[in-house]
Design a protein around this ligand. Structure first.
Ligand code: CU
Length: 233
């Protein structure tokens, strides 16, 4: 414990080592949609229908719950030099192409990690990435290639598509630090182990874009950061 205490006094040393700050709070909140909830849309499956129709295909680009909770919003602290790195998991994060649909629709992985793209559909998929900072990938994944590994070194927001099934779409967030999360189906989120301080909290949703708000995190306990996204114009 002595070692940890001295590192905290030294400022950002604990962050460089990827450690949780000795004093840390949480940010909890619910993201909602300020306008009327859009009517749910369904994507039309036009190819490989026997496999692709094994599960429903709701349009996931703007998912609003009955109580206006907004799903799949990436919530993160912008400009956070004191933030620890997001730990690279022992098991690679996975992107499953099941029933010609990306699971999960939005995923956060640490910069420097390798994501495994799965194909157990028994048909051809073609993963196509649209990064800003990493190398683009446009690669066929035949039915016998059930796992393909892609490494993402730099922080990024990457659109994912499949060139075989044009309705398939998803997003990969390559996080530079640990203070990133994504809202659940009900719009709620929680960021743990955040060092006390005042920050700019960013919200990003694929259709609605980016928004920011100020948040002050206490030394212990929770800061509330509910946010209503302006309706789509
Ligand atoms: Cu596909």
């Amino acid at each position: 414990m002595k070692r940890i205490a001295s590192l905290v006094v030294a400022g950002c040393a604990c962050a460089a080592l990827g450690m949780v700050p000795a004093r840390a709070g949480s940010i909890v909140g619910k993201v909602t949609y300020a306008g009327p909830a859009p009517a749910p849309k369904t994507i039309t499956v036009t190819k490989d229908k026997d496999v692709c129709s094994r599960e429903p295909h709701p349009d996931e680009t703007l998912v609003v719950a009955a109580d206006k909770g907004l799903a799949n919003v990436v919530v993160y602290i912008k400009d956070a030099p004191a933030a620890p790195k997001m730990a690279i998991p022992a098991k690679n994060p996975e992107l499953d192409q099941r029933s010609c649909k990306f699971h999960p629709h939005v995923q956060i992985i640490p910069a420097g990690s390798t994501m495994d793209v799965l194909n157990n559909d028994g048909i051809l998929h073609n993963i196509h990435t649209y990064p800003k900072n990493n190398t683009p990938v446009n690669q066929a994944q035949p039915k016998f290639k059930t796992r393909m590994s892609l490494k993402f070194d730099k922080p990024d927001t990457v659109k994912l598509t499949c060139d075989v099934h044009t309705w398939m779409n998803g997003w990969l967030i390559v996080a530079p630090h640990a203070w990133y999360t994504v809202s659940g189906p009900d719009g709620t989120f929680k960021l743990d182990n955040v060092a006390p301080g005042t920050y700019t909290l960013s919200y990003w949703q694929e259709t609605l874009g980016s928004q920011t708000a100020q948040v002050t995190v206490p030394a212990t306990g929770e800061a509330k950061a509910d946010f209503a996204y302006p309706a789509k114009k």
